[in-house]
Design a protein around this ligand. Sequence first.
Ligand code: HSE
Length: 313
Amino acid sequence: MPSDKVTVMAPASIANVGPGFDVFGLALGEPYDLVTAEVRRGRGVKVRKMEGLEGHQVTLDPKRNTAAVAAAKVLEAAGADFGLSITVIKGVRPCSGMGSSGASAAGGAYAANLLLKEPLAPNQLVACAASGEEASSGSFHADNVAPSLLGGFTIVRSYDPLDVVRVEPPAQLGVVAALPDVLVPTKEARGLVPDKVPLRSMVFHVGHASSLAVAMAQGDLGLVGRSLRDVVVEPARAPLVPHLREAEAAAVRAGALASFLGGSGPCVASFFDKGRSDGRAIAEAVREVYRSNGIECATWVTSWGQGCRRWRP
Ligand code: HSE
């Protein structure tokens, strides 16, 4: 066995990214969870401690804890003959729309993989982490765990079989993640997503999703901005996020390329061109919308990130 203890930095991510419900995801530079996995005698995964931002709210039950379920899936897939004890320090608040459970799941899978003699392939890891995510959200979706694990912009081309494509986003792409002090459980937000969509909405989404993928690959930030629209899922969820439209409009007035609901919310995500702005005015504009309505709002001015990494403090 290569080592018997490892700590991993597992970043937040923005899922859906406009038109790509359950398909697109972008890894962030920050915030991130720290997930430590330590080999223990005997089989199975135990959760020793959940700390950090609202960590005490997260279950220690290894059958429902996303990091533990993901790590157990990795051990099972590899036929490992050891167990793990896991500790998580949450830097990504749960129910944020910033891939909090996905970050812990990705970190659990990545850390377990580092402890194997023969590590799993990236797509296998994504599948294990998505099972962890399922334990908390009730649905198998990989659009948070994929970017959190692989970094950059990811596209879930197919769920059956699971096939994820990674695209290197433009270097100049900056991200403002604004988190109003409102909780939106993913399970609840998924309950609002319509089962059926009109054909014209499907045409709109295929067009915007295709052009977003091309824009990311070609580094065309103008086209990234024009492609970030969702006429199906975000409108259905908007009632869960107070002042969403106002916040998005304020971000665009302050220079964002586009602003949209991050994951299942309440994160308000805004993309900007780092060549034209440092993002701080965008963060301030969104915070001001919430401040003037009596709601606290945390912001991160960051960039897209490289995904899970071994933590070396
Ligand atoms: N695609 C998922 C959803 C992401 O929107 O429900 C959850 O953060």
